[in-house]
Design a protein around this ligand. Structure first.
Ligand code: EPU
Length: 333
């Protein structure tokens, strides 16, 4: 067994029978077919994975593909990027090249290949806004295929990959960027941060700087404090349900979107006094209640207990069921 604990940012014990590193798309063609009938888990940056069973009796695939190809058409830039590129470095590289679009998504941990899986998003922008196409290995068809963004069924932290968890392996993603800056600073904290630091809201690099400093002030660095970012999704409810809750909790942050409304789960948890609450080695972060951290000694049972406490309190007070955001290996409840 291989000890892969350090491949995940939550640092729960993780052993696997074998690991296969995939360094190129060609490499994938020759090695995949025999894996179709074996339990598989794809691990990139490991920053959105919760391992609840220490022993995985299958194969861990590491898509380290470093492909990088640029096609410029007028002011549009189509960038095909291998799944193994660390996301934040890629964001900064595109901005340095004068290609805009990813600035609001700076400092998100993880690799390129994971970005379409949960449709990463922050500060008013999601991957879907800049995803053009993906190249995949399809374990069902046993072939390399390409899907365009409209076939990926993107939604809030959702995609076709969430609907078919074991079917695909992301090989490359083609991003659509622009040589024209189109700043998106309507997310309140960004404009406040730009102003506070004297940055220019018209410059994508300045927007990235503002996002980086907001994230650094709110979210624990997974390289220092083990965590997987937001542990729960913000619940999306029918707007009449949100209206009823707003009658009782007028300060509750909500994002109306017609028939549906997204509610800030961090606020719901925070209001119940969970910030800093500890169970064994796991604790609710003391700055962002949506984040759960491990002090390095946490066990899967500690995490299960803390999560169960949060879920039952949120349900009892607000009548809402929170969904866990990161991918889980093993059972959380
Ligand atoms: N809030 C509190 N207390 C808390 C946490 C949040 O009152 O402990 C309030 C905030 O004051 C704010 C609202 O809740 O009014 C929303 O908080 P925030 O802007 O921090 O964003 P979030 O909804 O908690 C989401 C994403 C983050 C992303 C931020 C910024 C999800 C599950 N999470 O968090 O993504 O960075 O918005 O866009 O949608 C991640 O997915 O891992 C992640 C960090």
């Amino acid at each position: 067994m291989f000890d892969l604990t350090d491949l995940t940012t939550l640092k729960l014990p993780f052993m696997a029978k074998s690991v296969i590193k995939l360094s190129s798309v060609e490499n994938v063609c020759v090695s995949m077919q025999e894996l179709c009938s074996i339990p598989r888990l794809v691990v990139g940056g490991g920053s959105n994975l919760v391992v609840l069973e220490p022993k995985f009796d299958g194969i861990v695939l590491r898509p380290e593909i470093q492909y990088y190809e640029v096609t410029e058409i007028g002011n549009d830039v189509y960038l095909e990027v291998g799944a193994g590129h660390p996301w934040h470095k890629l964001v900064m590289r595109t901005l340095d090249a004068g290609w805009f679009g990813l600035e609001n998504l700076a400092l998100i941990p993880g690799w390129m290949g994971a970005a379409p899986i949960q449709n990463i998003g922050a500060y008013g922008v999601e991957l879907k806004d800049h995803c053009h196409r993906v190249k995949l290995y399809d374990f069902e068809e046993q072939a390399i295929i390409e899907l365009s963004a409209c076939e990926l069924n993107f939604g809030y932290r959702h995609s076709v990959f969430k609907e078919n968890p074991d079917r695909f392996l992301v090989l490359t993603v083609t991003l659509r960027l622009s040589k024209h800056a189109a700043p998106r600073v309507s997310y309140g904290v960004i404009s406040e941060e730009l102003e506070r630091r004297g940055l220019d809201a018209e410059k994508p690099l300045d927007i990235a700087r503002a996002v980086i400093s907001i994230r650094q002030s709110k979210l624990p660095d997974p390289d220092i404090t083990p965590n997987v970012g937001s542990f729960f999704k913000n619940p999306v409810v029918r707007s009449e349900v949100a209206d009823r809750l707003l009658d009782e909790f007028p300060e509750m942050p909500v994002y109306f979107d017609g028939e549906y409304t997204k509610i800030a789960a961090g606020w719901l948890i925070d209001r119940l006094g969970f910030r800093g609450r500890q169970v064994g080695g796991f604790a609710v972060n003391d700055r962002q209640a949506l984040v759960i951290t491990n002090d390095g000694t946490g066990t899967a049972d500690d995490l299960r207990e803390l999560v169960a406490l949060i879920l039952s309190s949120v349900k009892a007070t607000y009548g809402l069921s929170l969904a866990v955001e990161p991918t889980q290996l093993g059972q959380l409840n």
